[in-house]
Write a protein that binds this ligand. Structure first.
Ligand SMILES: [Cu+2]
Length: 164
């Protein structure tokens, strides 16, 4: 009788090929880290824009201005902060290496509603991150299938060595 299930070696080879394919796939151009400049203006009691989106790995320049009184800028997660005087623009340059959502807030007591001066920086996880997950999943799946298949093959091989 013909044994129909693939051998563990074949499964491993296919898994390896699949993982290599995922690794070697060219990145879409828009996923490449780039330099981003964002202008954020602070007024009582809001930041404009209140939401900034960048990609993980981007070299981000935030240019800060204050239109009325002295404000502050504090970025959670990255621990970056600046004091912004009206008429003087400040610059923060950093690499957005951590994916996630991070709040930026005013750290200077500029008025009663200062606690509501909150904005959000969204750092989109880049493709290599998803690629890493893909490779891990494929490898895990391949291992499972290989283990499962080797379990199936053992009695078959024992029969072979017993008869030979
Ligand atoms: Cu403020």
């Amino acid at each position: 009788m013909q044994h129909l299930s693939p051998s563990p070696r074949l499964v491993l080879a296919i898994t390896g090929l699949l993982a290599a394919t995922i690794l070697l796939m060219p990145l879409p151009k828009e996923a490449q880290p780039s330099a981003r400049t964002v202008h954020i203006d602070a007024t009582q009691f809001a930041f404009a824009p209140g939401r900034v989106q960048v990609k993980q790995g981007d070299r981000v320049t935030i240019r800060l201005t204050a239109s009325d009184v002295v404000h502050g800028f504090y970025l959670d997660g990255y621990g970056l902060q600046r004091r912004i005087e009206p008429g003087v623009s400040e610059e923060i340059v950093f690499t957005a290496d951590r994916p996630g959502k991070f709040r930026y807030r005013c750290g200077v007591s500029c008025g009663p509603l200062r606690p509501f001066m909150i904005g959000e920086l969204i750092v989109e996880a880049n493709t290599p991150y998803w690629r890493a997950i893909g490779v891990t999943l494929v490898a895990a799946l391949g291992m499972l299938v290989a283990l499962w298949q080797s379990g199936k093959h053992r009695p078959y091989q024992e029969v072979l060595s017993g008869s030979g």
